[in-house]
Design a protein around this ligand. Structure first.
Ligand code: GLC
Length: 421
């Protein structure tokens, strides 16, 4: 009798723990992107042996450099000024909340230790695992870590030029290597937050066994967030150098100038205003903004990027509440800029300052207060039905880039009719 009772108790406890484990598992999968949505702004880093010739990350392809010649770059690649802690603190200063680094690009050069390749920073010039150092720096600063991984590997014989080979053993070796290296990356460096694939070339997810690859990734890192560039259903979309909202989580990635990898003579930098406009545009449509830096071969980030990131950081200190965790707003100030919503607060991110009165139209809720974040000034509110005017603001803009007005309402903000976008 006693034994049966004991068993019953045991089974009930077992059932309860299995149920609880399932609940927490489903919560993990449902919630695993919360921090990423909250973050809204991340740093992308393109770095590799292509930083030596300094003509961008596609140079091997662009100049059709044979691998035997290209590989000599790896012996020269020995960055003396690589200090990832400085990169992390620059990202923090800019208000960025995660970082994604190229663990290897299309040329196949790995910044990490790999058992299945000799073309790595450990086995050539640098003699160190540069990714391990990066991971350590992020972890020391509580910075979420993303690994960019190029699926295609141009150093495999026959892979270049694109598309001339039929599916054959060349590709199967490359695919095997990718599976092995994704396993290494997600096994050897502790918790990794994002897996950022690139360049499914040939573009056939079956050939790459992409579903299996993602299953393995999630098995190794249950909370990992995976992008869509392995060609199968994943966690987020990746519009490149354009802001295109999607009906699922998305992140627009942008280069600081016209190149992803270090390009010494590329002077075509985006302005701070343009970068903030892009960040605001992503947040106002519920997406993330991943902004690239391209360190030189010695590990230094160019002053042009550093200055821009610092200016963005100063703006974020004052206005960051309009970005983090933000999504689209139902209330708008038409034609003056962008709007975001965080909870019941709406932020107007004004690009064009209208003078001392800011008009809002088709507003269905009562505005209770309006603050210009750049100087903390309260506006005088006039509201007639769905028309609102924010008066007594400075005649000229206080912030040189985007002036943000924080609006509070007597309840959840709503439009009087859908805004014309
Ligand atoms: C493209 C390019 C690549 C860059 C990437 C960033 O796929 O081939 O050089 O790394 O976009 O999104």
């Amino acid at each position: 009798m006693v034994n049966i009772y004991k068993f019953r108790k045991f089974f009930i406890t077992l059932l309860f723990s299995v149920l609880m484990a399932n609940i927490s598992l489903s919560q993990t999968t449902e919630d695993h992107m919360n921090w990423w949505h909250e973050a809204r702004f991340g740093m992308f880093i393109h770095w590799g042996v292509y930083s030596i010739p300094a003509h961008g990350e596609w140079i091997m392809y662009q100049e059709n450099i044979p691998f035997q010649e290209y590989k000599k770059l790896a012996d020269q690649f020995n960055p003396q000024n690589y200090n990832p802690a400085e990169w992390v603190s620059l990202a923090k200063e800019a208000g960025m909340k995660y970082m994604v680094i190229t663990t290897r690009h299309h040329d196949g050069y790995c910044l990490f230790d790999s058992k299945v390749s000799d073309f790595t920073s450990v086995k050539t010039g640098a003699g160190r695992d540069l990714i391990a150092e990066f991971v350590q720096a992020c972890r020391d600063a509580d910075m979420p870590i993303g690994f960019y991984y190029s699926l295609v590997d141009w150093h495999f014989p026959g892979v270049l030029p694109h598309g001339t080979r039929e599916e054959d053993e060349v590709y199967s070796d490359m695919v095997e290597q990718a599976h092995a290296q994704v396993r290494e990356l997600l096994t050897n460096y502790g918790k990794i937050d994002i897996l950022w694939y690139d360049m499914l070339q040939p573009t056939d997810p079956k050939l790459w066994r992409s579903t299996e690859l993602n299953e393995m990734a999630r098995q190794l890192q249950p909370d990992i967030i995976i992008n869509d560039r392995a060609g199968v259903e994943a966690d987020f979309g990746t519009p490149e150098n354009r802001v295109t909202a999607q009906d699922r989580p998305w992140e627009a990635c942008y280069s600081m100038n016209r190149s992803w990898g270090y390009a010494r003579y590329d002077r075509n930098y985006k302005s701070v205003h343009e970068l903030l406009r892009l960040l605001g545009s992503c947040a106002s449509q519920g997406g993330n903004f991943l902004l690239n830096v391209a360190p030189d071969a010695d590990g230094r980030i160019d002053i042009e990027s550093v200055e821009r990131l610092r200016s963005i950081g100063r703006w974020m200190k004052t206005n960051g509440n309009a970005i983090y965790g933000a999504g689209p707003s139902p209330v708008v100030a038409p034609n003056l800029g962008m709007e975001t919503r965080v909870g019941d607060i709406v932020y107007l991110l004004l690009q064009r300052w209208p003078g001392s009165t800011v008009p809002i139209a088709w507003c269905g809720s009562k505005v209770t207060s309006a603050i210009l974040l750049a100087n903390g000034q309260q506006a005088r509110i006039e509201q007639k039905g769905n028309r609102v005017w924010l008066h007594d603001l400075p005649a000229y803009p206080v912030d040189p880039y985007l002036n943000v007005i924080e609006l509070h309402f007597d309840g959840p903000p709503s439009p009087s009719s859908p805004a014309y976008k």
